[in-house]
Structure formats: C-alpha cells, structure tokens
Write a protein that binds this ligand. Structure first.
Ligand code: G4P
Length: 523
C-alpha cells in the first residue's frame, strides 16, 4: 500500500548549462521511466512544436513552462518538478519550490556557484528546503575538489559533507570513489562512460585500488580523502533535513557517473512530505482529509482544448478519482473526474494519489495559483504569494474594437500568474505588472497568437504597486479618495496603490500609518 512516506517530491535547481536537462534525462532513465536517453529532449521538442504559441521558448532556447515528471524505483515514487531555469521567472519558480520537500542543486565543476543557483538556493533557504549538491561534469577539467566544497560552504553558509570523491578530472578522470560504501565506479569503453562497473573495496587502503587506478590517481585519492574526512563535517541526516548541511556528490551526468548514487541519496535521505503551513493550523500528511494547493496553472497544453491545467500538490489524504474538492474561500465543489498524473512516458490518468504527488486538474479557469482545495474547505495553505511587480507597463490596444478580448486575455494571464493586471480607478489605460522582462515578451506573444489581439506596451507613469488594506474601512476610503489617480484594482478586485517609486511608497506609508502597504498578496 503506497503512502506519503514513499514519496520524494523534489526539484533540481541550477544555473543554465550546468546540466539540469542531462541529469533529468539520466534520472528518468535510471528510474526506468524512459528507455532511451534523449527522449526527454525529444519529448521537449515535440511538446514545444505543439505549443507553437510559445515562440519565445524556441527562439531563446529556454524552457518557459515547468513540468512534472514522476518515476518509481525500489518502492519509492519520485516526483521531480522542473523549475524554469531563466532568472526572469523568479515568481513562477518560487511557487514551484513551494511544492517540493527537497532540492538537488547542480553545479558545474568548472564554474562553481553561479548567480541563478544562488538565487534559487536563497528561495530554498527561506522555506528550509534541504539541498543535496551534485557537482557535475567531472569528466572535464574543473576546479579542485576542495575549492568547490569550500565555495559551497562559504557562499551558502552550509556545512558540507563530501559523500563521493572523483579520482582525477578531465583527461585524468579515472572514476568516482564512494566514501561511505567504499565502492569504486569505473569508466568503460572508448567514451569512458559508466556502464555499471563497480568494484567493492574494503576501504582506501585496499590494494585493489592500486591495481585499478594509476599510481598518481590512487595516491591523490588517498591523500585528499583523508584530508576531507578530517576537515569536513560528518554526514548528519537531521542537519541536512533542517537545511544546515548539504551532502555533496560528484559525477558526470553526461557519462552517467554519480547518477545512481544521487537517486539513492534522494530515496534514503531526502524528506518525505512534511507538514505544510496552513490556517488555522499546519496540515500533517497523515491527516485523512484530502487537501492540496495549486502552485501552477498552465493554459493551452493542448491547443485543441481551451482548458487549463491546475497543478495541485497533494498535502494530505488519499485522493481518489472522481472525488469532490472545494476551493477554500470561493467557488463550488469540483468533481475531479479526469485528474492527470505526470509520468514521464505520457500523461496518465490518475486513479489514486498520495501526499507529495502532483495531480493536474483540467478546468475552465476556476482554479488559480494559490488556491487551496480540500474535501471540507476548512483549511487554507499559506505562503504562496503574489509579488509586487517590479516593471509596470500600460497596454496600448492597436484595434479599439478588441477591448473585450484584451480584458479576457489579461484576466486569463493574471490567473495563470504570467503577469498581473491592474485596472486604474480613473481612465481606461490598463496596466500590467511583471517581475521580470521576459514576462512582457511572453504576454505580447500570447496576446497575438492565442487571443489575436495586437497590442503594444508603453511606459506607465508608475514604477511599483502595493496592495492596500486597513483595519478600519473608513481609513482606507479616505486614503483611496485622496489618491484616486494612483488607485487601481487587481484581477480579484483588491485595492492597489500604484506608486511612482519605492521612495513614494515609503513617503505615503509614513503619512497614512493606519493603512497597510503590502508587497505580496496571498489569495
Ligand atoms: P541545462 O539543462 O542545465 O541548461 O544544461 P544541459 O543539460 O542542457 O547541459 C548543458 C551542456 O552541458 C550540454 O552541452 C550538455 O551535453 C553538457 N553536459 C551536461 N552534463 C555534462 C557532463 O557531465 N559532462 C560534460 N562534459 N558535459 C555535460 P551542449 O553542447 O550545450 O549541448 P548538446 O549539444 O551536447 O546537447
């Protein structure tokens, strides 16, 4: 009987080019989910061809949408959530990271911690998401192992525990030694890949090592490993799960080194679903009531249907197909007849799902990012905010007869969390807000391709936005009346103050101490 404790729901965080796609492919391959390496990319390309509205994705060669892949191995079900790698998508990525219990951080051995890795790491830290580190590309020349370990420790303020050690790198690469199981993984064949050749040893002193490795290689391995074991913290599962320590694995996704150890590490050490922050109280996975939250909504996965798929992370209970779930705070119960589980091979219909699993719920726009769904509608998950936009633009319609289509498009995309929309109290110049520049291009491209609306973007007289509220509605009304030219409503009708600068927000907030100016909003 599957339970929440068999689930490992995780994401891979990395800087573009560190090898996330290659590693994902190999994880799925080792997990038995696909039979030929290369299928992830092929599937990706096929998927992109289908969603041709997403032209930017092809032009820029980046993956704008995030997806879910599920695979099983030795009784453990892994749910791997793909995080968009582009730094402009911090908001979307942030939300995806709210749905995982742990993360694998991939770094390129030649480059170390890069900017995007660092940002994603900070998001994980905010939520105490534990991290396993995979140092990739040891088949190439890279930085010294100690340098890499120290950089992770210093920059990220974490204890590090090397779990495996590369014997040489680049041209001198001879294999990977597992410091805990004392197994040596050796390359084979002309391309020097890992093809399953593992030698058990009794430890670093085992004379077998002298036979299998070059004299130089083995001497350095012994010296380094001894220094490392003395110099770095011992592995401590609790410190890892608290986010204070990261176990570090070395490998080469391309040559399949270290991938197997990584899967085992996730199965053995990564936490199963944890209690999720919610009101009135955190929800434990053992709670029998089915609860979950929507962390992503994706439209037009299938252009033949205008449906959208809400990605829900299940937090408690056993979900069964056909079950009725109610969005907290709004809406009627929804009977979930055709939930989708995201197996790598194809999208499969889910009959049952457990805490930690992600299910796709097709709907016509009723479900939104941040929604809680539950059997009794008596809880609300917290911590899935909308962020105050950092870029505001006025939308200029080229054909004035398309106002209705434009409004629908802007509302739809606000629902999906692609952009935010603000309708000013005065005037008809709708304003959209984004956190990153690329979202503006996504917006225009989709307006044109999906909604047949030709529009341009103009500078807005505002720079940022704050959701305003007050204990006393009279205070809020006074504020709104006196600042009408800067007041707007968001997609849900909440009052928003549009400011010319962050400085103005501070200035106004000082003058109206009874009004709250929030940079994030939770639904
Ligand atoms: P990303 O998703 O993090 O952006 O990275 P991706 O896996 O696409 O890998 C980026 C490049 O690094 C690819 O090369 C890939 O083959 C290479 N790579 C990934 N892992 C390893 C590794 O362990 N060792 C070596 N030597 N290279 C690795 P590319 O030339 O850009 O693409 P491709 O033409 O090979 O597909």
């Amino acid at each position: 009987m599957p339970t929440a404790s068999d689930r490992r729901t995780f994401a891979i965080i990395s800087h573009p080019d560190a090898g996330k796609t290659t590693l994902t492919e190999k994880l799925l391959l080792f997990g038995g989910a696909i039979h030929l390496a290369g299928e992830v990319k092929a599937r990706g390309a096929a998927r992109r061809a289908r969603s041709d509205w997403m032209k930017i994705e092809q032009q820029r060669g980046i993956s704008v949408t995030s997806s879910v892949m599920t695979f099983e191995r030795e009784g453990v079900t892994f749910n791997l959530l793909d995080t968009p790698g582009h730094e402009d998508f911090s908001e979307d990525t942030y939300r995806t990271l709210t749905a995982v219990d742990s993360a694998v951080m991939v770094i390129d051995v030649a480059k170390g911690i890069e900017s995007q890795t660092r940002k994603l790491f900070e998001v994980c830290r905010l939520r105490n998401v534990p991290i396993i580190t995979f140092v990739n590309k040891v088949d190439r020349e890279g930085r010294a192992v100690f340098e890499t370990l120290d950089e992770v420790a210093d920059l990220l303020q974490l204890d590090v525990t090397p779990m495996t050690w590369p014997v040489g790198m680049g041209g001198a690469f001879e294999g990977i030694y597992d410091l805990r199981s004392n197994r040596l993984l050796l390359p084979e064949g002309p391309s020097r890949e890992f093809q399953g050749k593992v030698v058990e040893t009794t430890g670093l002193d085992d004379p077998k090592l002298d036979e299998l490795l070059s004299a130089e290689g083995v001497a350095k391995l012994r010296e380094d490993a001894e220094l490392a074991m003395a110099g770095y913290a011992e592995f401590d599962g609790e410190a890892y799960r608290n986010g204070d320590l990261t176990p570090v694995y070395f490998g080469s996704a391309l040559k399949e080194f270290g991938v197997d150890s990584l899967i085992k590490a996730v199965a053995e050490h990564a936490p199963p679903p944890r209690p999720q922050p919610a009101e009135p109280a955190p929800v434990d996975p053992s709670n029998p009531e089915v609860t979950g939250f929507v962390f992503k909504v994706q439209a037009n996965m299938d252009p033949n249907h205008r449906d959208r798929i809400a990605f829900m992370r299940l937090c408690s209970g056993t979900f069964k197909r056909g079950m009725k779930l109610t969005p907290t705070g709004h809406g009627k119960p929804i009977a979930v007849h055709s939930p989708i589980l995201f197996f790598a091979r194809e999208r499969e219909l889910a009959d049952e799902a457990f805490p930690g699993d992600i299910i796709g719920i097709p709907n016509h726009g009723t479900l939104r990012v941040g929604d809680t769904l539950s059997e009794r509608a008596d809880v609300r998950f917290t911590g899935l905010p909308n962020f105050a936009p950092e870029i505001l633009r006025r939308v200029a319609l080229k054909d004035p007869t398309k106002t209705k289509q434009l409004r629908k498009a802007l509302d739809d995309m606000a629902e999906e969390g692609v952009t935010q929309v603000f309708y000013p109290e005065i005037g008809s110049n709708w304003i959209i807000g984004v956190v990153g520049q690329l979202q503006l291009e996504v917006l225009l491209s989709r307006l044109d391709a999906e909604y047949k609306v030709a529009a341009g973007l103009e500078p807005a007289p505002f720079d940022t936005a704050r959701w305003v509220s007050s204990e006393d509605s009279a205070d809020l009304k006074t504020f709104a009346d006196l600042n009408r030219t800067a007041m707007a409503k968001d997609r849900d009708g909440n009052p928003v103050f549009l400011a010319k600068s962050a400085w103005e927000v501070g200035y106004v907030a000082d003058r109206y101490p009874k009004v709250r100016f929030a940079a994030t909003r939770e639904r």
